[in-house]
Design a protein around this ligand. Structure first.
Ligand code: BQZ
Length: 701
């Protein structure tokens, strides 16, 4: 088989690959109808991380001198920028040379991304989307950082300081005092301080009219948690739980990345009665250039359906140990194309970065990358990409279902119906429909076989059996009374019509559509009609958050991969925390008993700092999830990092997805191109944000 030859060149025995596998024989199920999942076929991660301590990666300290690119120095000499030392905080974040695979870098060059998303605005905390693919990760910095944790020893795991440079717990463990980096500035020179943090918390997270893009909700930080400003650079959390270190992960990317309050506050309806919340969310369209960021790069050009160009942030608050202000790369760009094209262009060398996550592209990418002349290196990691079918479990109106959808919701809440669906799924053939070979493996649902909390014996797996599936369908009271091959609701339910399910699918990915079509075909054999509702990524978020679906086929987030990142997404711990079960129109969550047990287990997990207890709680969670089919797993497979060979400082074993995506994990602000390998690909060489003539559109409002 072609892939065998290609793989052999690339990979060897599966190692830890940054994800520790723990197998416990302790919890053995009482033998029932389900089994444990089949052992995945041998697969290889190409390289393993070099495990370090958090302190090996970075520290905060003042250095004797600082440096900047020559072209930036020209702006200083022209009086258009303050000297670099004045543009840096008192104690910048210093990346340690020992953790840089290729050491201190040099300035220059650009990293060219291709993405399938599209920007609808820069107000990330207000709910606007920038198109994904690392744009937001490069623009918005968060209190803590977890992407690079793939290289941190498992027993030393805790989020990296970031905008919060240090913190300490009170004696009683209910208070967490955090110290923000002092003297850092937004990319427009305005100071960053606690007012930015409090605006994000009070007027975006706590304001239920705002849906921050990273999905933050108050419950994500614990029921009843409060946050207060102590002074310009000090904030204090107060939790009901004792020392819930878990929430430090929620203060990382996605859910606690403050925006520039000096620009956003005047647009927020609380401070500007002329604005609606929609006006606030869309206050900074993609045409608005030089949107102030704390990130390494600033948007300076936007051409619809063509490109977004970002140039280095002259006030970026991180340096290397030689005092060089980061980033080394002067520019990053994002071609607005498709996710599949990202793979194709990176393999071909016309782009520089891709998370190879669509199996349809695996073999061709492997073939090309195996050639010595290949422009990009390809590095497979562990199986951290997975898809599930999520039945909408709300029975009390979330998403305002019509009569048919309400009847489907009621079926979704019936375990016999969910068992019929899971037994009808032939996961092996679903995986092989994406790519042949050792990549995919049947995925039962729940925690991934790779996280350190995974326990095979706590994982219920219902092997494919169409006969058993049909038995369960009958048990759920469904029969094909009109003989058209599709079962009908019982008399008096939805007029006894055919059981027809609307299934939400992300239109931006070939893989999502392939899987959905596979599920649709297998459900047809079972006797359920599935209608695909295929929507673009930006619209998908609204359908999903709005409950506008009967079923959804979704690629899973970091919560099921790492457990500690996005933990509040593991169960409906609050009205707006779970993918597939949110509060109904009356604001209440109609949890089923097993869901309540899942919520209690997650809350206990978050409140516990005892590792043994946490491991046991996750076994219980896995049993509840997989025995009750909270989500119905489909397939799971590894991703591969594709990066152009000219870049240095790419950490060994960086997974494309674990605590976060590779755009965060590889620490792009430390990535550089040796002088002798630098390209002429920069689109706006020798320019800086907030300088006239760079891109199209206004420099500021
Ligand atoms: C990676 C990622 C960086 C979002 C997005 C996209 C959105 C989801 C998810 C992935 C894209 C890439 O994923 O597929 O490889 O570059 O951007 O953010 O799927 O539709 O809403 O959660 O991260």
């Amino acid at each position: 088989m072609q892939w065998e030859v290609l793989l052999r060149k690339h990979i060897y025995a599966l190692g830890g690959a940054g994800l520790l596998l723990s197998v416990s024989m302790a919890a053995v199920f009482a033998q029932t109808e389900w089994t444990t999942p089949p052992d995945p076929p041998e697969f290889s991660a190409q390289s393993e991380p070099i495990f370090v301590s958090v302190s090996d990666i970075q520290e905060y300290k003042a250095l004797p001198e600082y440096h900047e690119p020559d072209f930036v120095k020209a702006f200083v000499d022209a009086g258009e920028l303050p000297p670099v030392a004045e543009r840096l905080p008192k104690e910048p974040l210093v990346f340690k040379t020992g953790n840089m695979p290729d050491g201190v870098g040099v300035y220059g060059d650009t990293m060219r991304h291709v993405i399938g998303g599209r920007p609808d605005g820069w107000n990330y905390i207000g709910g606007a989307i920038q198109g994904w693919g690392g744009i937001d990760i490069g623009m918005y910095e968060c209190l803590t950082r977890t992407g690079p944790l793939f290289q941190v020893e498992a027993d030393e795991l805790e989020p990296l300081p970031n905008l919060a440079k240090s913190w300490e717990w009170s004696e009683d463990g209910h208070e967490l005092t955090m110290h923000l980096i002092e003297g850092a500035k937004w990319s427009d020179g305005e100071p960053f301080d606690a007012d930015d943090v409090m605006f994000y918390w009070e007027d975006n997270v706590l304001d239920s009219n705002v849906a921050p893009t990273g999905g933050a909700t108050p419950e994500g930080f614990g029921e009843g948690t409060t946050l207060e400003k102590i002074d310009a650079y000090t904030i204090k959390w107060t939790f009901k739980e004792v020392r819930p270190t878990q929430y430090l992960y929620a203060m990382a990317y996605g859910s606690f990345c403050p925006g520039p309050s000096h620009l956003l506050k005047p647009e927020h309806p609380k401070y500007n009665p002329d604005n609606t919340y929609e006006d606030y969310k869309n206050a900074f369209t993609p045409e608005f250039l030089n949107f102030p960021v704390m990130g390494a790069w600033v948007p300076v050009e936007y051409r619809p359906d063509d490109v977004i160009v970002l140039r280095r942030n002259p006030y970026y608050w991180k340096v290397d140990e030689a005092g060089n202000q980061l980033p080394y790369l002067n520019e990053v760009s994002y071609r607005l194309s498709t996710w599949s094209d990202r793979d194709v262009q990176t393999v071909a060398g016309t782009a520089d970065f891709s998370n190879l996550e669509q199996p349809e592209n695996f073999v061709e990418s492997l073939r090309r990358s195996a050639e010595d002349s290949a422009p990009a290196r390809l590095q497979f990691g562990a199986r951290t990409i997975g898809y599930s079918l999520y039945p909408n479990l709300s029975g009390n109106g979330w998403g305002e279902p019509n009569e048919l959808s309400q009847a489907i919701r009621d079926l979704n809440r019936n375990l016999d119906f969910r068992k019929a669906v899971t037994y009808a799924l032939d996961r092996q053939s679903l995986g092989e429909s994406l790519v042949k070979g050792p990549f995919t493996t049947p995925y039962p649902g729940g925690l991934y076989a790779g996280t350190s909390f995974y326990d095979k014996d706590s994982t219920a797996y219902f092997p494919h059996s169409m006969e058993t599936a049909k038995d369960y369908l009958a048990k759920a009271g469904l029969e094909d009374t009109d003989g058209n091959g599709v079962v009908n609701f019982p008399e008096g339910v939805a007029g006894g019509q055919d059981v027809q399910v609307t299934m939400l699918v992300n239109a931006d990915y070939t893989t999502d559509k392939s899987l959905a079509e596979g599920v649709q075909a297998q459900m047809e054999q079972l006797g359920i009609r599935v209608v695909l509702d295929t929507v673009s990524g930006n619209a998908l978020a609204e359908y999903q958050q709005g409950g506008k679906f009967d079923w959804a086929v979704l690629r899973n987030g970091s919560d099921l991969v790492s457990v500690v990142q996005g933990t509040s997404g593991l169960a409906p711990v609050g009205p707006r925390t779970a993918f597939s079960h949110r509060a109904g129109t009356d604001g209440t969550l109609d949890l089923m008993p097993f869901e309540q047990e899942m919520v209690d287990t997650i809350n206990q997990f978050i409140a516990s700092s005892d590792n043994a207890e946490r491991a046991e709680l996750m076994k219980k969670y896995q049993q509840l999830y997989t025995q009750n089919l909270y989500g119905i797993g489909l397939t799971q497979y590894p991703g591969a990092l594709l990066i152009n060979k000219r870049f240095d400082n790419i950490p060994a074993g960086a997974p494309i997805f674990q605590f976060n995506w590779a755009e965060d994990n590889i620490i792009r602000e430390r990535v550089f191109v040796p002088a002798e390998d630098q390209s002429n690909y920069e689109l706006h060489p020798n320019t800086l944000p907030n300088t006239p003539g760079v891109g199209n559109g206004p420099i500021s409002k």
